[in-house]
Design a protein around this ligand. Structure first.
Ligand SMILES: Cc1cc2nc3c(=O)[nH]c(=O)nc-3n(C[C@H](O)[C@H](O)[C@H](O)COP(=O)(O)OP(=O)(O)OC[C@H]3O[C@@H](n4cnc5c(N)ncnc54)[C@H](O)[C@@H]3O)c2cc1C
Ligand code: FES
Length: 294
């Protein structure tokens, strides 16, 4: 039986400074019922680490009025040539509907890039496990994985209409596996069998990354342990500021003598370790937050 996973803060990554700007909306397009892609100009943002996010807010810029508190959105695409960032947004409430109502030429409040992204160092194939909006946090990974490390992406969704990102990951040279609740292929035993069959002894992943599903995270953690691979996951939380001020995104802590990590500045990406692991590795000696997964 596997030990329960805990979340451990990743080392600081030397991220570029956070920008706070009114960015120009380049395009807003429906990509599936209830989902839109928002592309914004991002002058001055040179590098975004896979897994980082921005706070996005709809602005009535002609009247100089912010319509909403910004919402966290993972950076799904970064076109350095054109100087744009791409986000895929699921419409769930008032904030995301306001974002979807923007039109080209509008301005959008953009604060970012924010948070700790994935740590892609190491060797061996890389396995990505994504479900729902969690898929979008993984979007930059394939283009940032060092050359020579093949990337396999397992995308899980309720039904085929909600399987988003297949084209994106195939375009980036990944092997894409899809499973859905609708056809009965997304259960934990079925996905475990699929992945065990895919990765023989000679091709086992050295890194497993997940986002968007507790079940997939637990499954990935068990597989990663059996393969001797590292595992990281991106955590979601409601965020009012995204900058570490409001403490609204604090995670539940595993013991009383450590401060609760904030998902926005300590995450959103954390390393997963077996419960009881102490942070004595050279990479994380200064990062002592060990957090029970909620
Ligand atoms: C790191 C990260 C990355 C994410 N990436 C993506 C992504 O790529 N794509 C995607 O679709 N989703 C993503 N999400 C989820 C997305 O942020 C939420 O779906 C979105 O915030 C919902 O906003 P809403 O207003 O539409 O929904 P609501 O349910 O109306 O609001 C969501 C939450 O926002 C807060 N809130 C709303 N109004 C106020 C207010 N007036 N004052 C204070 N707080 C308020 C509340 O905590 C509320 O529960 C991500 C979340 C995180 C943390
Ligand atoms: S969202 Fe305000 S501290 Fe994290």
């Amino acid at each position: 039986m596997n030990a329960a996973p805990v979340l451990v803060r990743l080392p600081d990554q030397g991220n570029e400074p956070v920008r706070n700007m009114l960015a120009r909306v380049e395009s807003v397009a429906t990509v599936a019922p209830g989902y839109c892609r928002i592309t914004v100009a991002s002058p001055g943002i040179a590098s975004v680490r896979a897994g980082q996010f921005c706070m996005l807010g709809s602005v009535d810029w002609r009247e100089g009025r912010e319509r909403m508190l910004p919402r966290p959105m993972a950076v799904h695409e970064h076109d350095r040539g054109n100087g744009t960032l791409g986000f895929v947004c699921k419409l769930v409430g008032d904030g995301t509907r306001q974002l979807a109502n923007l039109t080209p030429g509008d301005r959008i409040r953009l604060i970012g890039p924010l948070g700790h992204g994935f740590d892609l160092r190491g060797e061996g194939p890389v396995l990505l496990l994504g479900r729902g909006v969690g898929t979008f946090s993984l979007g930059l990974v394939p283009s940032q994985v060092p050359a020579g490390r093949p990337v396999t992406v397992l995308l899980s969704a309720r039904d085929s209409a909600r399987l988003l990102g297949v084209d994106h990951f195939e375009r980036l040279g990944c092997t894409v596996l899809t499973v859905t609740d609708q056809d009965g292929t997304s259960s934990v035993p079925a996905v475990a069998d699929l992945l065990q069959a895919r990765f023989g002894a000679a091709s086992r992943p050295g890194l497993v990354l997940s986002c968007g599903s507790r079940r997939l995270m637990d499954l990935g953690f068990g597989l990663a342990r059996s393969w001797g691979a590292r595992m990281q996951t991106s955590v979601e939380a409601n965020m009012a500021c995204g900058l570490g001020y409001c403490h609204g995104c604090a995670s539940p802590v595993g013991s009383e003598d450590v401060e609760a990590p904030l998902v926005c500045v300590d995450g959103p990406v954390f390393e997963l370790r077996p419960s009881g692991t102490t942070n004595t590795g050279e990479e994380d000696a200064e990062h002592e937050h060990t957090v029970a997964v909620g």
